[in-house]
Design a protein around this ligand. Structure first.
Ligand SMILES: NC(=O)c1ccc[n+]([C@@H]2O[C@H](COP(=O)([O-])OP(=O)(O)OC[C@H]3O[C@@H](n4cnc5c(N)ncnc54)[C@H](OP(=O)(O)O)[C@@H]3O)[C@@H](O)[C@H]2O)c1
Length: 248
């Protein structure tokens, strides 16, 4: 992949940007491989909408008052529809996003389970051991502290990449604070997403594979945990499956 073009050709002949997302998707790349992750919005949870959502751009529908409209559908029924997408060859593997432990167990204990979720895309630390015990890859989003879009993030919240401890470790390793934040996740056994629209930073972020943090550095970074969530998605708080009310 040449970052100059920042795009890759898909099987159907369309091109998809790399380091950018469309309304439904996110992507991660290393120098060795591409891994495109398409997210199923909570507005497309009716099982008959799962495949069409995968095949097209899906906007986030809002009512006349600007409030996001969502469905309330049994998570296991959605999962079964996603399993059918895998059987249809539309997805190489399927996973979940922002699921808490209770929701993950619900899927894993579904009597008709055909495929286990292979990853859970979250940012929390307590889920890590649980996911590892179930052989589910934990994928960290917002590892750089998000794009701080005002729709999702309180503008008064701390700026992750300006944290003094992170900056001190960056200075010690002669790397950027972003690289320290990404490397921390990798060394915890977490797949990490890093989003950038900037060619230089896309190139820089790939350097995450070129250095190592010491166990002492890792302990220092563990100590930064504030149990703080940048994107609380409060517009979904009334949803019966809102995942962030449980401890993890
Ligand atoms: N599953 C979920 O619920 C969920 C939730 C949130 C996000 N995600 C996914 O996770 C992915 C990334 O998360 P995110 O969008 O929250 O953002 P993020 O990766 O935490 O941060 C992106 C921001 O960091 C900046 N950046 C990137 N590399 C940098 C570097 N080396 N130095 C300094 N700044 C740097 C980018 O600015 P520039 O573009 O200017 O470089 C951008 O503003 C996205 O693909 C998103 O779709 C999933």
């Amino acid at each position: 992949m040449d970052p100059k073009y920042q795009r890759v050709e898909l099987n159907d002949g369309h091109f998809m940007s790399v380091g950018q997302t469309n309304k439904t998707g996110s992507c991660f790349y290393s120098t060795q491989f591409f891994n495109f992750t398409l997210q199923l919005w909570c507005t497309f949870h009716q099982p008959e909408l799962v495949q069409p959502a995968l095949e097209s751009e899906t906007p986030l529908p809002k009512d006349e008052n600007g409030k996001v409209m969502f469905d309330t559908v049994d998570l296991c029924a959605i999962w079964e529809a996603m399993e059918k997408c895998k059987d249809a060859g539309l997805a190489k593997s399927i996973g979940v996003s922002s699921f808490n432990r209770r929701q993950l167990e619900m899927i894993l204990n579904n009597p008709g389970l055909k495929y286990k979720p292979i990853y859970n895309q979250v940012r929390q630390s307590k889920l890590l051991d649980f996911c590892k015990s179930k052989d589910i890859v934990l994928v960290a989003h917002s590892a750089l502290g998000t794009q701080r879009h005002k729709l999702w993030v309180d503008q008064n919240s701390p700026v992750l990449l300006e944290d003094p401890v992170l900056c001190a470790l960056a200075k010690k390793h002669k790397r950027s604070p972003a690289l320290i934040a990404l490397r921390y996740q990798l060394q915890r056994g977490v797949v990490v997403l890093a989003k950038s629209y900037n060619e230089q930073r896309i190139r820089e972020n790939v350097q995450v594979f070129e250095f190592q943090l010491t166990s002492e550095d890792m302990k220092v970074l563990d100590g930064l945990n504030r149990n703080f969530r940048y994107a609380v998605m409060d517009f979904l708080v009334d949803h019966p499956d809102y995942p962030f009310s449980d401890e993890y």
